[in-house]
Every structure is written in C-alpha cells, then in structure tokens.
Design a protein around this ligand. Structure first.
Ligand SMILES: Cc1cc2nc3c(=O)[nH]c(=O)nc-3n(C[C@H](O)[C@H](O)[C@H](O)COP(=O)(O)OP(=O)(O)OC[C@H]3O[C@@H](n4cnc5c(N)ncnc54)[C@H](O)[C@@H]3O)c2cc1C
Length: 455
C-alpha cells in the first residue's frame, strides 16, 4: 500500500512541510492536509496592510490555493476539516467536515502537526458583542474590513495589547482615518525591546496620533444595541465603536497533548533539531505550535513567527522526504514599522541577559541613516548589549527612519556567529553618503560598547 503523509494545519509550516516532502518523495506518496479554515498558505503577516488598504486585495495575501496544491504538487488539501483526535496506536487522525458535519478518518504513516497558535481572547472580549475583532486569520481580517467598510463606519478604535500586532493594527487604523487608543496592561507597549528603546516607538506612535494608555487593564465592554460602545478599564471607560485584540498567542497543542506528545517548558510542543517529536514514530511538528532553542540564552523558547514556521516546515519536509536538515534555533530577530519609524531587534534584551545570568554592558548611540549632509538624513538609535568581559554580542536593537530595520540583519549575523563587539568595529560594511555616514551606526555602536567594556 502507498505511504501516507497527513498534515494537520494548512498554512505556513504545514504546507512548507508538505511541499518539501512531495518534491523529495516517490510519486505514490499520498499527502492529505487538513485545514479547518477556508484558506491555505496565506500571509497573516500581511493582514494589517490589507486592513490599512496598502494591500488592496485579500487574494494578494494568498500564496497558493488548494487547486494549486492539487495540480502542481498532488497534495489533497481538505479545507473546513478540523482534526479532532490523533490516534497514535491506530495511526489515524479523526477529522470533522465543518461543512457537512461528517466524521472522516485517515490512516497515516507519517504525521506533521502544524496547528499554529491560539490568539488570547479573554472572557471580557465576548463574541456576542459586535465590533470586537481578532486579526489572527484571513477570516478575522475579512470580518474587520467589513465592519470598517460597512454601515457602521466606526470612528473610535481601541486596540488592546501593545505587542507587534497591536502596534501594526494601531498604525493600520490611523491610516484608515480612525481615532485610535492603544491600551496596554504593562508599563510600555513594544515590550520586545528595552524600555528606553520602546519609548522612542511610543513617541513615534503618539506623533502619528495614537493615544497610548499604559498600566491599564481592560475589564469589560460596554455595549449599545448589541454593539460595542466602550471598553471598560481600571481607569474608567474609553469610548470605542471598534475593538481590536492584539493580546498575543499561545501554542495550539491540545490535540498533541491528548495524544501523549510531549510539551516543553514554554508550553509549546517539543521537537528535536530535525523537527521530529521525541518519543513518537514518524511524527513531526513545526511552526507556532513548537518551541525551539534560543541560541544565545540556551533556553527553549516559543517565538511564534512566520519566518521560523516556514523554515521549520521546510526542514521537516526535507527529512520526511529522506533528506537531512536541521533547524538550529533562533536568536529572536524581528522587525516592525510604525508609519515611517522602523524598529529592529535581535538577541537578548537587558532583562533576558540578566535572567540568563550574563554579566553585560549596554550602550546606546545616536547617529543617522545617511551622511548628515545628505538629503533625507534622519536619526537612528542603536543599542548593543555585550557580555562582560568577553565582549560577545548578546543583543541589539535599532530604532530609526529608513534603512533602520533591516540594519538589524548585520547585527543578527554577527550575533549568530558569536562575534565580539571588538571584532565588529572592523566590519567591512558598505558606505556611501545616501546609505550611511562614513562610520555606519552599527560600527559607532560597536566602538562605544568596546569603550564601555573598558578596553
Ligand atoms: C496580524 C499578524 C501579523 C504577523 N506579522 C508577522 C511578521 O511580520 N513576521 C513574522 O515572522 N510573523 C508574523 N506573524 C506570525 C505568522 O503569521 C505566524 O508565525 C505563522 O503564520 C505561523 O505559521 P503556522 O503554520 O505555524 O501557523 P498558522 O499560520 O496559524 O497555521 C496553522 C493552521 O492550522 C489550522 N488548524 C489548527 N488546528 C487545526 C485542527 N485541529 N484541524 C485542522 N486545522 C487546524 C489553523 O486553521 C491554521 O490555518 C503575524 C501574524 C499575524 C496574525
């Protein structure tokens, strides 16, 4: 009988695994992907830009539809099919057809678990009140766009949660012409960077008109005629005819746990370097549902990002197809923009470095993205965190205008390769006045870190 590969979850990680496995496997490998939603292989990362209108059409976010998978890859994608159970002993998955209601059973030889993550939705965010939206899926995005474009014509939005999705959504709604308040329970939004760098981001958000309320917990919703009219907070109500939730995600591991697959300390599924789930034959996992190694702290972490999901799915697929590939871990590199302001980060923040037991110095430098005399020259702030006394780079953050965000990539490569700030001062980075001052902001920061280490 032909071998059978079943994939649970038809987005980035699952379909990357399925496509790679198909490329490397005999033609008679049968591949079935169960996806409970209405779409496969789409860019959730693009949703904020579709909401803002920068990306005009929903379908521009869809990389491959089921027909493409069927015709080009001979992969049978079953949309609107939710897997409800994995039976590892009988080697079958049980799924419910959400359209017809039927139960479907499929035998597998190899299983890929790629169910992603659940958006956090607290009890106060009642689904029976109209005007409250998550932005996790294309369906969520469509519902929000309908609300924005429909008869309601909302004017006052509250974004709850100041992580990167909350910040991107605040920007998108400002661009749609709404009044936007961003509410964050912690003392600062953008907690993925240190507070001193986050303050620059907050200034930029305020500069484009976002009201920022920090240290404030949302406790409930006020409604009028079944529609949201305000969010209730520990400091009183904030009027809102649209509420967007950006409260983070948690790994979607319930089915795996019920089947006896191991969950790690981060709450996500454990996998080895080849994306194999330990203790189970031919079961693989990838994407937002798994944890991985942080190469700087040495700790298992759950960092749910599309960049990792795609790479991990590819690694799983290569291995399933008989090749050899590993996912070596992450260093926490991420970029985001808030209107024209760009933010990049990699490695450890000060608090992470302290928690991991490092002794370190940190420095902040102000420079410019271009030669000071060159038209369009704008400030760029670079923060470096380096181990004392070795000088090894532990983390970096950049906030500035054009050419700021992707500069983090040079620092990420340095960090990945264990470079010291001493080594970095001599890096042969490109220079011409339209692209940097003669001393690139990265080099200036490295020099200051060397000074701080007392060399
Ligand atoms: C608004 C937004 C912006 C983002 N921006 C960025 C960015 O700029 N950069 C970046 O790197 N990342 C970004 N991300 C994160 C990125 O989209 C995710 O990390 C990525 O989609 C994870 O891929 P995945 O395949 O692991 O999970 P998902 O994309 O969540 O796919 C999992 C799939 O499994 C399906 N599923 C779950 N359970 C079942 C079941 N029982 N049966 C059948 N199907 C099931 C789900 O319906 C889902 O389609 C963003 C995410 C969002 C929401």
């Amino acid at each position: 009988m032909a071998e059978r590969l079943i994939v649970i979850g038809g987005d980035a990680a699952g379909m990357a695994a399925a496509s790679q496995a198909r490329r490397r496997s005999p033609d008679d490998l049968k591949i079935v992907a169960f996806e409970r939603g209405r779409f496969t292989s789409y860019s959730a990362c693009g949703i904020p830009y579709w909401i803002s209108g920068l990306v005009p059409q929903r379908d521009q976010l869809i990389a491959r539809d089921p027909a493409t998978f069927r015709d080009r890859f001979a992969i049978d994608v079953r949309l609107r099919h939710e897997v409800t159970r994995i039976d590892l002993d009988r080697r079958e998955v049980i799924a419910r057809d959400l359209t017809g209601g039927d139960e479907v059973r499929e035998r597998f030889d190899t299983l890929v678990y790629a169910t992603g993550a659940h958006p956090v939705r607290p009890a106060w965010a009642r689904s029976d009140v109209l005007g409250v939206f998550g932005v996790q899926t294309l369906e969520d995005g469509a519902a929000l766009r309908d609300w924005l474009d429909g008869d309601t014509r909302p004017r006052q939005a509250v974004v709850v949660g100041g992580g990167y999705i909350g910040v991107e959504m605040a920007e998108a709604l400002i661009q749609r012409g709404l009044e936007v308040t961003l509410v964050e329970k912690a003392q600062q939004p953008m907690s993925t960077v240190d507070p001193d760098m986050a303050e620059l981001v907050n200034d930029a958000m305020r500069g484009v008109g976002v009201r920022i309320r920090t240290g404030l917990a949302v406790t409930g919703l006020q409604e009028r005629d079944g529609r949201v009219s305000a969010v209730l907070t520990s400091d009183g109500p904030i009027p809102a005819d649209l509420v967007v939730l950006g409260l983070g995600v948690r790994p979607n591991v319930e089915l795996a746990e019920a089947a006896g697959l191991p969950v790690g300390p981060s709450g996500a599924l454990r996998v080895d370097r080849r994306m194999r789930v330990p203790g189970a034959d031919d079961v693989w996992a990838a994407g937002d549902c798994v944890e991985c190694l942080h190469r700087v702290s040495g700790m298992p972490v759950h960092i749910p990002l599309g960049t990792h999901a795609n790479k991990q799915g590819r690694v799983a697929g290569i291995n399933i197809g008989g090749g050899y590939a590993t996912f070596p871990g992450v260093i926490g590199t991420a970029v985001i923009k808030v209107c024209d302001l760009e933010v990049g980060r990699t490695g450890l923040r000060e608090q992470d470095a302290a928690a991991a037991g490092f002794e370190f110095v940190s420095v902040i430098t102000e420079s410019t993205n271009r030669a000071g005399y060159f038209p369009g020259s704008r400030p760029m702030t670079v923060k470096l965190i380096a181990e004392r006394p070795t000088g090894r780079l532990l983390g970096a953050q950049i906030v500035g205008w054009s050419e700021a965000a992707k500069r983090i990539d040079a620092l990420a490569v340095a960090l990945w390769n264990g470079m010291t700030v001493d080594d970095m001062t001599a890096l042969d980075l490109g220079y011409a006045p339209p692209y940097s001052p003669v001393w690139d902001p990265v080099l200036i920061a490295a020099r200051k870190a060397v000074d701080a280490l007392g060399r």
